[in-house]
Design a protein around this ligand. Structure first.
Ligand code: 13P
Length: 248
């Protein structure tokens, strides 16, 4: 049985005060459910969120990590530093990092290897851009991201991995992939894990959909058999909306 997993990705939003306000309100609204829940926040807010969510089931994630343990890498944060403050998850390879910060399948791969040396669970993002979907090569693109990103990763590690399918054309645009389009690609991702590892690995891996998920469409998306969760951007910034999605 795959446990549903709904994570928020705050991106570069919220001041410290807004973070505290969100966390207090969300903690009040939150009821223990069978759905795993995490908020992936800017680095500077992770400690605050860990502290406020202490004693609850609400987990905390980072949005990026560097692939070395330490060194002269100005501006970077290591997996060990995140682990030390109790961070539970880390997004890797988000399309915004691929687009604006030179993230490649190779750096995604290095970051995954590094995170697997810690207790932090990686959320690996894959997805095609609009031109690739229009050209009908979306399957090829996503499979290549998986193959390259997972190079050298062992089957034992795959059990700990979360994969998020985020079609880039559906992020922050209000356009959602139709539940069937999302379901189809999540099925292809699962089959790819079958091929690269084993049917058991494919069967166990948690696959999220991300791209304009909101309270109004969450239940339809979550009811798709190949979709185990959502990675929620904009709608995770409001406690009530995010809770409604978790309650799908
Ligand atoms: P939106 O939900 O705002 O479309 O963002 C999706 C996303 O990029 C989550 O990582």
């Amino acid at each position: 049985m795959r446990i549903p997993f709904i994570a928020g990705n705050w991106k570069m939003f919220k001041s410290r005060m807004e973070t505290v306000d969100f966390a207090r309100e969300f903690k009040q609204l939150y009821k223990d459910t069978d759905v795993r829940t995490a908020i992936c926040a800017p680095y500077v807010h992770l400690d605050t969120l860990k502290e406020i969510f202490d004693g609850t089931q609400i987990k905390v994630g980072a949005q990026n990590v560097h692939f070395e343990d330490m060194g002269a890498f100005t501006g970077e944060v290591s997996a060990l530093m995140l682990e030390e403050i109790g961070v539970d998850y880390c997004i890797v390879g988000h399309s915004e990092r691929r687009q604006y910060f030179a993230e490649t399948d190779e750096t995604v791969n290095k970051k995954l290897h590094k995170l697997f040396e810690t207790s932090i669970v990686p959320i690996m993002c894959v997805g095609e851009v609009l031109e690739q979907r229009e050209a009908g090569i979306e399957t090829e693109v996503v499979k290549k991201q998986l193959r390259r990103g997972l190079s050298g990763i062992e089957e034992e590690q795959i059990k700990k991995l979360v994969i998020a399918y985020e079609p880039v054309w559906a992020i922050g645009t209000g356009l959602t992939a139709s539940p069937l389009q999302a379901e189809e690609m999540c099925g292809i991702i699962r089959n790819t894990i079958d091929e690269l590892y084993s049917p058991q690995a494919g069967d166990g891996v948690i696959i999220q959909y991300g791209g304009s998920v909101k309270p109004a469409n969450a239940s339809e998306i979550m009811n798709m058999p190949q979709i185990d969760g959502c990675l929620v951007g904009g709608a995770s910034l409001k406690p009530v909306d995010f809770m409604e999605i978790i309650d799908f």
